[in-house]
Design a protein around this ligand. Structure first.
Ligand SMILES: C[S@@+](CC[C@H](N)C(=O)[O-])C[C@H]1O[C@@H](n2cnc3c(N)ncnc32)[C@H](O)[C@@H]1O
Length: 236
């Protein structure tokens, strides 16, 4: 079973959206498990203190290495990757999500305040992972995004498994536009080709649209896709 462990000072946030819809059904069905660890339980003083002022001064508070270290040692004594949710990390990609979903699970550490004492990152071999170039108030929503992206790839979780194959990012392109009934909505018809029944033409149209959208919206992805295509690692 794919196991997600989450270390947080706000455990009541979980499972949140992970308890609903596809991920929630898969959780109940036992396709994955969620262990939420309250970091405060590893504090030793009567106020259950998890943070202190930054060494060298400055605003805010820093999560203490001793408390967090004990929480990690208790919660993550196995081979799962230990990821610290952090805006300083490498941005999460679909390729990384696929690799994580194929493994035993993840242990996610959620920062709060100004972040965590640098020594616990080195001392516990944490890899920093970002969900984008913006700053959240805590790592919990980032952890939920990572877990959700992994869980939907687990065997049997997505209704139609094949719907993942042509999704945005999977083949290096953004997904083509989707339509469904009614055939005309507010004078906007579904493109004729999609109603033609000609599977070859439909596939060619979708491919052309995926390339057009990727080129227009994400020149970075388009350039990477072209590089892969030219180096021959894709069949087309
Ligand atoms: C207010 S933020 C700290 C930001 C930190 N002072 C900085 O400038 O990099 C508190 C916590 O939210 C989480 N967080 C914020 N933005 C994130 C992002 N883009 N990706 C992943 N985690 C994030 C991290 O766990 C972080 O320790």
């Amino acid at each position: 079973m794919w196991r997600a462990g989450v270390l947080t000072i706000v455990p009541e946030i979980f499972p949140g959206p992970l308890g609903a819809s596809l991920a929630g059904k898969a959780l109940v069905a036992g396709a994955w498990s969620l262990d939420v660890v309250d970091i405060r339980a590893f504090a030793t003083d009567k106020h259950r203190t998890v943070d202190d002022t930054p060494a060298g001064g400055g605003p805010g508070m820093v999560m203490k290495a001793d408390v967090l270290g004990r929480a990690i040692d208790a919660a993550a004594a196995d081979a799962r990757p230990r990821l610290l949710m952090s805006p300083r990390g490498l941005p999460l990609t679909q390729a990384r999500v696929e690799a994580l979903a194929a493994g035993p699970g993840v242990v996610l550490i959620c920062g709060r305040f100004e972040g965590v004492d640098e020594r616990v990152i080195a001392g516990r071999g944490l890899e920093e992972v970002s969900v984008g170039d913006y700053v959240l108030s805590g790592g919990e929503i980032a952890a939920m995004a990572l877990i959700d992206a992994c869980v939907r790839l687990l065997p049997g979780v997505m209704g139609a498994a094949a719907s993942g194959d042509e999704e945005s990012f999977t083949g290096g392109l953004l997904e083509y536009p989707q339509y469904t009934r009614p055939q005309v909505w507010e004078d906007r018809p579904i493109p004729d080709v999609l109603l033609s029944g000609d599977h070859g033409k439909i596939a060619a149209w979708r491919r052309a649209e995926a390339e057009r959208l990727t080129k227009e919206r994400r020149p970075d992805l388009w350039a990477a896709f072209r590089r892969r295509f030219r180096s021959g690692s894709r069949s087309g």
